[in-house]
Structure formats: structure tokens, C-alpha cells
Ligand binder design. Structure first.
Ligand code: AP5
Length: 225
């Protein structure tokens, strides 16, 4: 019997659907969704010291230096909600050093999910992606456009969502993913090149397949396995 809540990593290339799936996982399992991309974009928007340092890397599609991201994430994982409800890491670790930093801090995931999507499809997804700045919802102009015209008119595009920058981000992903996977035992690949609901249903099977029952501050939660 486990005495801690679920801890899951979702990895995958840019636009493989990490954010889309993580929102659904967080809703279903009540875990805290931590996207390092979202955290960094927030820091940039708020003009914090971290944001000022991160901006140049993000705008060009390169990784933000490990020490900045590791510090930010470790601080966040220490907060009470993560300890209480468990966590879902979206976009971290991105390098072997980031993975090692988790293990050094004795932060062990129960499951590492890797979303696989072919490169040509990833580029289509990147260039068509739009964000709703009001709700934070992710859309795609062809695959999942908003029905409401008002929402459509306020959608924004990320500065790194061009084909050129997506290629830099993809190369970076392919350079690091194998070394990251080698550091964890519970790695499962999911075919992310299907309808969102089909991808999610496979993810649910994998999460439910992690045996054990999770407890929250001494209170029994819904069985997690
Ligand atoms: P980050 O925000 O993490 O970007 P990313 O990894 O490039 O991933 P994306 O957000 O682009 O895509 P996603 O996989 O979440 O896909 P989504 O669900 O949106 O990082 C941005 C930058 O921050 C990095 O380049 C780096 O500079 C920095 N950074 C972040 N973390 C870092 C770290 N740990 N270390 C160092 N630097 C870091 O879906 C994409 C599109 O496809 C959407 O339009 C969606 O509607 C559509 N879609 C989703 N699923 C499907 C489906 N099944 N079928 C059809 N369309 C779909």
C-alpha cells in the first residue's frame, strides 16, 4: 500500500499534446499540473528576474539553463498542494541533468509517459496552435477551433510557435529524450498521433495500472490503482 499521492511525468516533443493531456489528467485524478513552459511564460509576463533571464532562450526555441529551471521546479514541488495531492510534470525533465536533479532530491515518479507523434504532424500542430489568454485553453485552428466567434477573435499565438523555431525545439527534444528515459524505470510510450480522447483513454489505463492505493494526510482517497 502506498502512503503518498500519485506522481507522474508526461514527456513528449513540442506540440505532442502534453498540455492537452495533462489538463485532462489533472481533472480526473486531482493532481497538481506543473508545466515548466507555463511557469516560465508567467515569469516572463510578470517581468521577474527569472523571466528576464529566460525570455531570450524561449523566444529562440532553446532550453532555459538547467540551474534556473531546476531551482524553480524544486521550490514549487515543496509546496503543500504537491505533497498533498501529488503532481504531474509537463515539460520537465528536459535534460539528463534535470532528471538527475529530481533523483538527487529523492523525488521519484510513479510513471513516466512519453507521447509519440511523427515530426510532420508536430509541425502542423505547432503552427496551428492558438491560446485563449482569458481561460488558458489550448486550441488548434484546424483540429480544435473554438465555436464561439468572440473566443476565436481573442486567440493569441506563442512567439515560439513558428515552423523555424519548432524545428530548433524538436532537435533539442531528440537530443535529450533517450538520456532522460534511461534514468527512470517506469517509462511507457503512448501513441499520441490519434484523437485526443483515444490518447487519453490509453493514459488512463496506464495510470490506473500503477498498482497501489494513495492516501491524503491520513484520509483514504479513491483507489489509484
Ligand atoms: P513548453 O511550453 O513546455 O513547450 P513544448 O514542450 O515545446 O510543448 P508545447 O507546449 O509546444 O506542446 P504540448 O506538447 O504541450 O502540446 P499541446 O497540448 O499544446 O516549453 C516552451 C519553452 O519553455 C521551451 O522551448 C524552453 O525554452 C522553455 N522550457 C520549458 N520547460 C523547460 C525545461 N524543463 N527546461 C528548460 N527550458 C524549458 O498541443 C499542441 C497543439 O496540438 C494544440 O493546438 C492542440 O490543440 C493540438 N493537439 C493536441 N493533441 C492533439 C491530438 N491528439 N490531435 C490533434 N491535435 C492535437
Amino acid at each position: 500500500v502506498r502512503t503518498y499521492p500519485p506522481r507522474i511525468i508526461v514527456a513528449g516533443a513540442p506540440a505532442s499534446g502534453k498540455g492537452t493531456q495533462c489538463k485532462k489528467i489533472a481533472e480526473r485524478y486531482g493532481v497538481v499540473h506543473l508545466s515548466t513552459g507555463d511557469m516560465l511564460r508567467e515569469a516572463v509576463q510578470n517581468g521577474t528576474e527569472l523571466g528576464k533571464m529566460a525570455k531570450q532562450y524561449m523566444d529562440s526555441g532553446r532550453l532555459v539553463p538547467d540551474d534556473l529551471v531546476i531551482g524553480m521546479l524544486k521550490e514549487r514541488l515543496k509546496q503543500e498542494d504537491c505533497e498533498k495531492h501529488g503532481w504531474l510534470l509537463d515539460g520537465f525533465p528536459r535534460t539528463a541533468s534535470q532528471a538527475q536533479a529530481l533523483l538527487d532530491a529523492k523525488i521519484y515518479p510513479d510513471l513516466v509517459l512519453v507521447l509519440d507523434v511523427p515530426e510532420s504532424e508536430l509541425i502542423q500542430r505547432v503552427v496551428g496552435r492558438r491560446l485563449d489568454p482569458v481561460t488558458g485553453r489550448i486550441y488548434h485552428l484546424q483540429y480544435s477551433p473554438p465555436e464561439d466567434q468572440q473566443v476565436l477573435s481573442r486567440l493569441i499565438q506563442r512567439t515560439d510557435d513558428t515552423e523555424e523555431k519548432a524545428k530548433v525545439r524538436l532537435d533539442t527534444y531528440y537530443t535529450h529524450i533517450q538520456a532522460i528515459e534511461e534514468q527512470f524505470s517506469q517509462v511507457v510510450h503512448i501513441n499520441g498521433n490519434r484523437h485526443t480522447e483515444h490518447v487519453f483513454s490509453d493514459i488512463v489505463c496506464e495510470i490506473d495500472g500503477v498498482k497501489g492505493t494513495f492516501y491524503e494526510a491520513g484520509t483514504k482517497l479513491q483507489p489509484f490503482g
